[in-house]
Design a protein around this ligand. Structure first.
Ligand SMILES: [Zn+2]
Ligand SMILES: [Zn+2]
Length: 262
């Protein structure tokens, strides 16, 4: 059995736990160390059972608590070379924990194998992750302005995928963000819209993904109801049945109430 939960998920903080009954890894640490540890304890996850932290990119909503958490847990941090350079420039590395540049063949932590794929985002060298546990595979794909063949390949055959559903097109259009910021979000180096998420979700379910968790929702340009409805109706239109072909959920802004086992 695999365990999955989001400890936080929105444009203001992201962290994901993937593990087994005995240990796990975190993808990103985008809120304070205290928040992350408290959330883990509330979920029944011992913070000391975390073996490594993998970082998608150097934006604050993914690394705000990284330096303190990695230092206090004494765990290694893995990221692409570009992201490590970005983290260093921004003062997120302080020599109190090991850092490792991800290699194309991926890395093994216990009996998990973790590999990465490039995403399309305005960071130095952003990536998503594919985490292969002994009997389940989990994919994490957030912070990408477009869906690419490389991302789809990285997610193919996963049992569970956390997919970005960042903004509702109409809410972004009508919202108060300045035009430049709206353009940045919509660009190929920005974020994934509900529409693009829905289109991708159909491809993923077609490829055999059973559990879809929508995440990294904007708190200004989206609502959980809109994100869910957009992807759910697209899946329904293609003839996929809820409960039979897929299970769809939306990650809350804070920690999930309980971890998913599958
Ligand atoms: Zn970002
Ligand atoms: Zn982000």
């Amino acid at each position: 059995m695999a365990r999955f939960c989001t400890l936080c998920s929105s444009s203001s903080g992201n962290s994901v736990y993937v593990g087994t009954a005995s240990y796990g890894v975190l993808i990103d640490a985008g809120t304070s160390c205290r928040n992350l540890k408290n959330s883990m304890r509330e979920l029944g996850i011992d913070p000391d059972s975390i073996k490594a932290i993998f970082v998608t990119h150097e934006h604050t909503d993914h690394v705000g608590g990284l330096r303190v958490l990695a230092g206090s847990l004494h765990v290694p941090v893995y990221a692409t070379g570009g992201t490590l350079a970005g983290l260093n420039n921004l003062g997120h590395l302080d020599g109190k924990f090991q850092t490792h540049k991800l290699l194309p063949e991926g890395v093994t932590v216990g009996d998990m194998h973790i590999s990465f794929f490039r995403t399309s985002h305005d960071a130095k060298e952003s990536c998503g992750y594919r985490i292969e546990l002994p009997d389940r595979t989990v994919g994490i794909a957030t912070d990408t302005g477009k869906m690419t063949d490389e991302i789809l390949k990285g997610l193919a055959g996963c049992d569970l995928v956390l997919l970005e559903s960042n903004y509702d097109e109409d809410m972004l259009t009508m919202g108060y963000y300045p035009p430049q910021l709206k353009a940045r979000i919509r660009s190929e180096l920005g974020h994934l819209s509900n529409d693009l998420c829905a289109e991708t979700a159909c491809k993923l379910v077609d490829m055999g993904v059973s559990y879809l968790v929508l995440g990294h929702l904007s708190q200004h340009n989206n609502t959980p109801q809109r994100a869910y409805a957009c992807t759910h109706s697209a899946l329904k239109r293609m003839g996929a049945a809820d409960g039979r072909d897929f299970e769809l959920s939306v990650a809350p802004v804070g920690a999930m109430e309980r971890f998913m086992t599958f």
